[in-house]
Design a protein around this ligand. Structure first.
Ligand code: 26A
Length: 344
């Protein structure tokens, strides 16, 4: 089988509930954040499973992006790698993936539970607390299996969730090296502020492979701080990230910073001419009363954007496709996409 787009990340089931600020305060959580669960957060999962309004929805940031890209692209365009257990949570992920026709090649661990994420929705914000479980046990050897490596070799574009830097930078590097050698397209997302903060070495090891870096404004700020860039100006940060060393010197690096409802910033750097090019793209307006929740908004943006690149669209059109899909997804529960299918 061949797929144009191959994605890698941490497959998770989202346990989504509405909470108020006192619940977040009880666990010392921020309104809008994504963290790895520490022992003191573990009771959250059982607590919210008892809530009347609890919703179980397929999650895992890169898996959401893979589903969204497959939603846009022709059948059999996207395959997703990750690691799950053998349980009802994994069954739910498979159901959601099948609903859009997303193919998976999971590494399955019989004795470890599928990972889960408490998605604590508070107004337009969401605080995500993740217990990676089986997702934490992905190994590069899974990619190296002949049937999987054939999929990698046939792919043209790779999308990597930065969250996977906490699991297997080696797997990311394996794909990155292949992509650079073959002059393919490699897209990485910073995923959350804690990635540039606490997984700086892994990020710096993998960033040279990225042709496209996608993140939001708070992740960009966290990057600037941990890398002591000496600026808080988003365009300046984007320029420094764009000009980082690059493994594939045949194409420029493009850095894309989303900013919620503010315009998305794109900066590309051509090492051959040493020239930067900066542009801004307005998001698609949406009446705030129509927002169901923003869980997965950034993943949906990355999905539409990546689908655009897979289709060979230019930067402006690809970013617009990202804005379009994000607008659709925030009108659904969790990181989901509307049915009947809409077309861009
Ligand atoms: C390693 N961590 C913390 C994570 C995640 C994650 N996906 C992968 N790894 N923490 C939260 N998510 C997912 O992000 C989506 C929203 O962007 C959630 O599962 C949620 O679906």
């Amino acid at each position: 089988m061949s797929y144009e787009l191959v994605c890698l990340g941490n497959p998770l089931l989202d346990i989504q509930v509405d909470v108020d600020s006192s619940y977040l305060a009880k666990y010392g959580l921020k309104e809008n954040d994504a963290i790895l669960a520490e022992p003191q957060h573990m009771p959250i999962f059982d607590e919210i499973l008892g809530y009347k309004d609890v919703k179980l929805v397929a999650g895992g940031a890169a898996q959401n992006t893979a589903r969204g890209a497959q939603y846009v692209l022709p059948a059999k365009s996207v395959l997703y790698f990750g690691s799950v257990g053998k349980d009802v949570y994994a069954d739910k992920l498979v159901d959601a993936n099948q609903s859009v026709g997303l193919s998976t090649a999971y590494m399955v661990h019989e004795d470890i539970a599928t990972g889960k994420c408490a998605a604590l929705i508070n107004g337009v914000n969401r605080s995500l607390v993740t217990d990676l479980a089986a997702a934490n046990h992905f190994k590069p050897s899974h990619l190296e299996k002949p049937e999987n490596w054939a999929i990698v070799e046939a792919a043209k574009v790779f999308y990597i969730g930065g969250f996977h830097l906490t699991v297997s930078p080696e797997a990311i590097e394996l794909l990155g090296k292949h992509s650079a050698q073959e002059n393919k397209t490699f897209i990485m997302n910073f995923s959350a502020p804690f990635i540039p903060q606490f997984f700086k070495a892994a990020l710096d090891q993998c960033a040279p492979y990225a042709d496209y870096i996608v993140c939001n404004e708070s992740e960009a700020a966290a990057y600037a701080e941990s890398h002591e860039l000496g600026t808080t100006d988003l365009e300046e940060i984007a320029k420094k990230v764009a000009a980082l060393p690059k493994a594939n010197t045949k194409k420029p690096r493009v850095v894309i910073f989303t900013q919620g409802t503010d315009a998305t910033l794109a900066v590309s750097y051509d090492a051959a001419t040493k020239e930067f090019s900066t542009s801004k793209f307005a998001v698609h307006a949406l009446d705030s009363a129509k927002i169901v929740d923003t869980n997965g908004a950034g993943d949906a943006f990355a999905a539409g954007f990546t689908a655009g690149l897979v289709k060979g669209k230019d930067l402006a059109t690809s970013i617009d496709m990202g804005h379009w899909l994000a607008k659709l997804s925030i009108q659904e529960v969790g990181p989901s996409y509307p049915f009947p299918k809409q077309a861009y």
